[in-house]
Design a protein around this ligand. Structure first.
Ligand SMILES: [Zn+2]
Length: 287
């Protein structure tokens, strides 16, 4: 999957005099370990560690599929995103109960190949945490099964409705985790990033990249909050948004220092991408 990132070598070079480097976006390829492989036009090859949960990556992938009209892919990929937020919930909830990582890993191996088992594990952890059963709209499962198992060609309206419903569930679970277990969410994210970091080949320059998709009030040019709809993720990938990126990126500086603890490994690149959605709210992608 292609993701916009930056060249770690160019950032390091540009920062030699202690100044904040410009964010020069280039497309890289995201691999299964959360690493974006970039090659810039100056001949550098580097690695960008993508600080995003797997379900977030999948939502972005589904948004691009929706933009390109691949409705069945929207349903299939959003179904995967739903399964991955269940996994994230299981891992955070287990951590909150003091279960050692090795034990969770060993237990996960028994359910890793079967999503129904994972859903069962999630159901009961959710019930223990929230004192009520987790309810999933039957329509979500019905549409998923029709598309994934029977190859039904789904119409756009149904695919988008499915994606909005699933995105609503993802946001609901994110909110519940964040309000109940903020410390353990942070620890789980840190664990994921450590695993990613350990896989960077020796001597290869790397930086970290975080992205958030947010809305702006265009009249005030202010960020008003993170997006809450799947369709807003879709809007951020329009060709208009992409075309604007290059001119916008050069005017924006990272809002947080790139040079933390004197090292580039901890660098966080941020940038804003403005998109135009006609008369509705504009959107920004914060890098
Ligand atoms: Zn470079």
């Amino acid at each position: 999957m292609k993701i916009l990132a930056a060249c770690p070598d160019c950032i390091q070079e540009a920062s030699k005099d202690g100044k904040q480097p410009k964010f020069n976006p280039i497309a890289g390829e995201l691999d299964d370990n959360g690493m974006i492989h970039v090659s810039c036009d100056r001949g550098h090859s580097g690695v960008v560690l993508y600080n995003a949960r797997r379900y977030e990556v999948l939502v972005r992938s589904a948004a691009r599929a929706a933009l390109d009209g691949y409705t069945n892919e929207v349903v299939a990929v959003m179904s995967s995103a739903l399964e991955r937020i269940y996994e994230f919930y299981i891992r955070v909830s287990s951590r909150a109960k003091g279960i050692p990582e090795e034990t969770v890993e060993a237990a996960w191996k028994n359910v890793a190949a079967q999503s129904e088992r994972q859903f069962g594990a999630f159901q009961f952890l959710y019930m223990l945490d929230q004192s009520r059963p987790f309810k999933l709209e039957p329509r979500i499962t019905e549409t998923r099964n029709k598309v994934v198992h029977r190859g039904k060609i789904v119409r756009e309206a149904e695919a988008l409705e499915f994606a909005e419903n699933v995105y609503g569930v993802i946001q609901h679970l994110q909110t519940e985790l964040q309000s109940k277990f903020p410390q353990f969410v942070a620890e789980e994210v840190e664990r994921e990033m450590k695993v990613q970091q350990s896989q960077v080949p020796e001597g290869v320059n790397h930086i970290k990249l975080s992205t958030t998709t947010v809305n702006v009030d265009k009249s005030k040019n202010e960020v008003t909050g993170v997006v809450t709809k799947f369709i807003e993720h879709v809007a951020c990938h329009t060709s208009d948004a992409r075309a604007r990126f290059s001119c916008i990126a050069s005017k924006i500086r990272p809002s947080r220092p790139l040079l933390r603890d004197g090292g580039f490994a901890q660098a966080l690149v941020e940038c804003l991408l403005w998109i135009d959605k006609g008369n509705s709210r504009g959107g920004w992608i914060v890098y």
